[in-house]
Design a protein around this ligand. Structure first.
Ligand SMILES: [Zn+2]
Length: 112
C-alpha cells in the first residue's frame, strides 16, 4: 500500500484544517453550536426535501439541485432569526459560495 510522502510546510505555518477551524470559530461563535445540533440537521434535511431546487438558479431559469440551506439575511447569532424558516432559502453550493463571498469579503477577507 502506498504511503503518502510528508507535506513540506514552512516553519510557523499551520495546517489549513487548523486555520479553517479558527476562521469558523471567529466568524460566528454562537451559530456554530446551532449548525452542529441535531435539530439543525433534521430541519435542514426537511427544508431541502420541501425545496429541492436552488432558488437563485431558478431566478435565472436554471434548474439545479439545492444542497445548502441559506439564511437570506445574516442571523448574526440571533437564535430567533436563525430558526425562522421564512428567512431560509435553498441554494446550490455555487450560489451559496458566491453569496457568502460577496457578503463577508470571501477568502477570509474583511466584509465589504
Ligand atoms: Zn444555484
Amino acid at each position: 500500500m502506498p504511503i503518502r510522502p510528508p507535506i513540506h510546510r514552512a516553519v510557523g505555518r499551520r495546517e489549513k484544517r487548523e486555520r479553517d477551524h479558527d476562521y469558523q470559530r471567529k466568524r460566528d461563535p454562537v451559530a456554530r453550536a446551532f449548525y452542529r445540533s441535531k435539530r439543525w440537521q433534521t430541519e435542514r434535511a426537511a427544508f431541502l426535501h420541501d425545496h429541492p431546487l436552488c432558488a437563485e438558479c431558478d431566478q435565472h431559469g436554471v434548474i439545479r439541485p439545492a444542497s445548502v440551506v441559506d439564511h437570506i439575511d445574516p442571523h448574526g447569532g440571533d437564535e430567533a432569526v436563525f430558526w425562522d424558516r421564512n428567512r431560509w432559502q435553498a441554494l446550490c453550493a455555487s450560489c451559496h459560495g458566491k453569496k457568502t463571498a460577496s457578503h463577508d469579503g470571501g477568502f477570509g477577507n474583511a466584509p465589504r
